[in-house]
Write a protein that binds this ligand. Structure first.
Ligand code: GLY
Length: 346
C-alpha cells in the first residue's frame, strides 16, 4: 500500500530519538533502558458503528501493523458502506444535496496530524487525511484543493449520494418551509430527524503506540461549506503518544468550543480514567452551552459523546444521555453502555 506508514518510517523516528540523545547509544545501552517502556494492553474504542472496524484493527495490530494504518482501515469499512449514512459513501448531504466529508487523524509515535474538510466526491476522507499527514508539510486541506490532492494520489471521483440518501434529502427539501414552492411530503410518510453521525476510532497497540481517526459526512442538511469538529485536530480527535487518545461524535460546534479531544487527553494526563476524563469534558461542554441550546429543564438539547483510550490500554466513553459504544474486550469487539450526564430525554 503506497499510503501505509512503513516500518522504515517508524524505525526512522526511533533512530531520531536515539540521535537526539534521549536514549543511550547501542553499545552503552544498559538493559533497563529497553524495558522502561511498559507493555500496553492492545485496545481500541470507538463509536458504536466501529464494531466491525475494531475486530479488523485489532487483528491488524496483532499482526504488526501500525496503529494509524489499522485505525484508517477500520473506519474505511463504514466510509465505504452505503448503509452508514453518517460517513463517506451514502452520507447525508448538505442543504444543496451535495455530500461534503470531513476527517482527521493523528499518529502518536511520529506526533503528526492530517485532516480534510468539505471534501466532495471521494469516498474515504480518512485515507486522504492520512496522506496529508504523511506527505505534506501541512495539516489541513479543504474543498477543491483537498479533492485535487486526493485525485493526484489516484483516488477516483465518484457520486457519493446513494438513492436512499438522495430520497431523504429530497423529503427534507420538500418539507423545509411552509411558504416555498415544494409540495410537502404527505403526513405520515417517512421523514428523518437531523442526525449528526460520525465514526471516531482510538487505538493503542502492545508497544503503547497510539493513533486516532474521526470521519464524518457531518450534520445532515448543513449550510454548504460548514465543517464540524471531526476535521479539527484537538476537537474531533487527538493523540498524545505518552498519554492516550480521545475523540467525539455528536454536535460538532459544541465540541469545538472546548477542544474536546485535546481536553480529554489532558484530563487523562492529570490522572483521570478514560471514562472520567470523557465525563469531565462533557461538563465543560455544558458550562459553555448558551441558553438557546438548552431544554426547559436546563439540560442541553443536543447529543455529544466522547471516547478515550489511555496508554495502558484502558478505555471508556461518556455521553450527554445514555447510548452505546464499541470497545475491544480482549477477544473481540463488544457494545457497552456509555457513562452519561443526564437520563434519556422524556
Ligand atoms: N461531529 C460531527 C459533526 O458535527 O459534523
Amino acid at each position: 500500500m503506497p499510503d501505509a506508514l512503513s516500518r522504515r518510517e517508524f524505525l526512522g523516528v526511533t533512530g531520531a530519538v536515539v540521535a537526539a540523545g534521549h536514549l543511550a547509544p547501542p553499545e552503552t545501552l544498559a538493559a533497563p533502558a529497553l524495558i522502561l517502556r511498559p507493555a500496553s494492553r492492545p485496545m481500541a474504542v470507538s463509536s458504536l458503528n466501529g464494531l466491525r472496524g475494531i475486530n479488523l484493527a485489532m487483528e491488524m495490530v496483532q499482526r504488526g501493523s501500525d496503529t494509524l494504518d489499522a485505525a484508517v482501515e477500520a473506519v474505511k469499512i463504514q466510509e465505504l458502506d452505503p448503509e452508514d449514512q453518517s460517513v463517506g459513501y451514502g452520507g447525508l448531504p448538505n442543504e444543496d444535496g451535495v455530500v461534503q466529508l470531513d476527517a482527521s487523524c493523528m499518529h502518536g509515535p511520529t506526533r503528526r496530524a492530517g485532516a480534510v474538510g468539505a471534501l466532495e466526491n471521494i469516498k474515504t476522507p480518512s485515507a486522504v487525511a492520512r496522506l496529508v499527514l504523511k506527505y505534506t508539510n501541512h495539516i489541513m486541506l479543504v474543498g477543491e484543493g483537498a479533492k485535487r490532492f486526493a485525485i493526484s494520489y489516484g483516488f477516483k471521483e465518484e457520486d457519493l449520494l446513494t438513492p436512499s440518501s438522495r430520497e431523504l434529502w429530497l423529503r427534507w427539501r420538500a418539507n423545509r418551509g411552509a411558504t416555498d414552492d415544494w409540495l410537502d411530503v404527505p403526513a405520515g410518510e417517512k421523514m428523518v430527524e437531523r442526525p449528526t453521525g460520525t465514526i471516531n476510532f482510538n487505538i493503542v497497540d502492545g508497544k503503547g503506540d497510539i493513533s486516532s481517526v474521526t470521519t464524518t459526512s457531518g450534520l445532515a442538511w448543513k449550510i454548504p461549506g460548514r465543517v464540524g469538529d471531526s476535521p479539527i485536530v484537538g476537537a474531533g480527535q487527538y493523540t498524545d503518544n505518552e498519554i492516550g487518545a480521545a475523540g467525539s461524535t455528536g454536535r460538532g460546534e459544541s465540541n469545538i468550543m472546548v477542544c474536546g479531544g485535546f481536553l480529554t487527553v489532558e484530563f487523562m494526563r492529570q490522572g483521570m480514567s478514560p471514562t472520567d476524563a470523557c465525563l469531565a469534558t462533557l461538563k465543560r461542554v455544558v458550562a459553555m452551552t448558551p441558553d438557546r441550546l438548552m431544554l426547559p429543564d436546563g439540560t442541553p438539547n443536543f447529543g455529544l459523546t466522547f471516547y478515550a483510550v489511555n496508554k495502558k490500554g484502558e478505555a471508556g466513553a461518556a455521553s450527554m444521555r445514555p447510548t452505546r459504544y464499541a470497545v475491544f474486550d480482549g477477544k473481540e469487539a463488544v457494545a457497552r453502555d456509555t457513562a452519561y450526564l443526564y437520563p434519556r430525554a422524556k
